[in-house]
Write a protein of this length. Structure first.
Length: 408
């Protein structure tokens, strides 16, 4: 059966004589039993590659080894220099990215294979000097005898096969590298500021949309409904959807609100008062602003000031982009009398949204440049079907079709 060796969290920085991930990789490159190295990493820096350079070159120039690599670059975790090194020293180099804000490519896998022996290193070790040598990391190294253990080896390397066929995997060449650099998607190790770009996190995610397809994908499962306070009434359940709670105990702020929307002709989009009751901080509450009534004597309502800024991407049923808005300042008001929270969007955006589309409204963090990144997927689209499963709460219908929402 396959032989397993472990890299424990304290081995690299504190272990006495314990091998580091770099040692495993270096020994694999020097092992004459292996004829190929395939690696899949989320992040890479030039320093780790330079430390392995002589072994990489010997592995290939001796005519016995081929090296193929897949790199991610989310959060600008991969450097321009690392990808240049790969183009110069590897046989084939690929990049993988999904333009959805918050969907991160995060694997760390190293695969050595020969006619009779093979091994795979899987764990937390990125292709950086920290990941391979100095960080507290965990990994397992599994060795196989071939062809006796071919069935297990096939399962162990299944991820590479699947990844190689995925539409978000692109072969890297000089032209694509220049595009990624120009869009601010890569870290620049030659710059004291890391090649700091004025492009925000959200803008970089949007820039990736021009290169990588928006393929349907599963999101996180729905968060359980917050615990109802004593005496709080719930909306009766219909259609198999758990009713939304009128009030909720404070909980950690979720990252994403999923909600069906049906924009009105005047551009108003009704969100969910029940959602604001459950997680007011997601909406930036408490608000200190008030609306200015157009007619003297009319009431003023709570308003978020300044207006939250949002990036919007609207997709059609085939998954193609039909409309975008960047850093759009959106009016957000709580109409207390009707217990409604509304945002107002411009006519062109409203016209692009089909009724009862799902709005995926993701809260961003510091440095994102916007408060929310929003995607809109219409009924009938593959992404809609994946997201609707996480909408586990139903809002009152008010005489019409009731809408659903959920937190992930």
């Amino acid at each position: 059966m396959p032989s397993i060796t472990y890299l424990h969290p304290l081995d690299q920085p504190f272990g006495t004589g314990a091998p580091r991930a770099a040692d495993w990789i270096r020994n694999g490159l020097r092992n004459p039993a292996y004829t190929s190295l395939r690696l899949i990493v989320a992040y890479a820096k030039e320093g780790a590659l330079r430390r392995l350079e002589s072994d990489i070159d010997n592995f290939r120039t001796q005519g016995r080894g081929q090296i193929d690599a897949v790199f991610g670059f989310d959060q600008r975790g991969t450097s321009l220099q690392a990808l240049r090194f790969a183009l110069a020293h590897f046989d084939r180099t690929f990049v993988w990215n999904h333009p959805t804000f918050g969907l991160t490519f995060h694997p760390k896998v190293y695969i050595f294979e020969g006619p009779k022996d093979a091994e795979i290193l899987v764990g937390s070790c990125n292709l950086t000097s920290g990941g391979l040598e100095s960080n507290c990391e965990s990994a397992v190294r599994i060795q196989f005898d071939l062809p006796a253990e071919q069935k297990d080896w096939k399962e162990a390397t299944k991820g590479w096969v699947e990844l190689s066929k995925h539409p978000n995997l692109l072969p890297l060449d000089a032209a694509l590298l220049a595009t990624l650099e120009a869009q601010g998607l890569l870290f620049d190790e030659s710059d004291a500021n890391g090649g700091a770009t004025t492009a925000t996190k959200a803008a970089r995610a949007k820039a990736a949309t021009s290169v990588f397809p928006q393929t349907p994908h599963r999101g996180a499962s729905a968060l359980p409904q917050p615990v109802r306070r004593t005496g709080a009434a719930a909306v009766p359940s219909t259609g198999g959807v758990v009713p939304a709670l009128a009030t909720a105990t404070p909980q950690a702020i979720p990252s994403v609100l999923l909600i069906e929307i049906a924009p009105h002709e005047n551009g108003e989009v009704f969100l969910s008062k029940r959602a604001t009751d459950q997680h007011p901080s997601f909406f930036g509450m408490p608000w200190t602003g008030r609306t200015t009534p157009k007619i003297a004597g009319n009431p003023a309502y709570p308003q978020r000031i300044p207006d939250p800024r949002m990036d919007w991407t609207v997709f059609d049923q085939a998954g193609a982009i039909v409309h975008t808005e960047t850093a759009l300042a959106v009016n957000m008001v709580l109409y207390e009398k009707k217990a409604e929270i509304r945002i107002t969007i411009p006519p062109a955006l409203r016209a692009a949204i089909d009724p009862y589309s799902i709005l995926q409204m993701e809260r961003t963090g510091a440095g994102a440049g916007v408060d929310y990144v929003c995607e809109v997927h219409p009924p009938g689209s593959a992404q809609y079907q994946l997201l609707i499963a996480s909408c586990n709460q139903r809002m009152p219908g008010g005489g019409g079709r009731s809408r659903v929402f959920g937190w992930i």
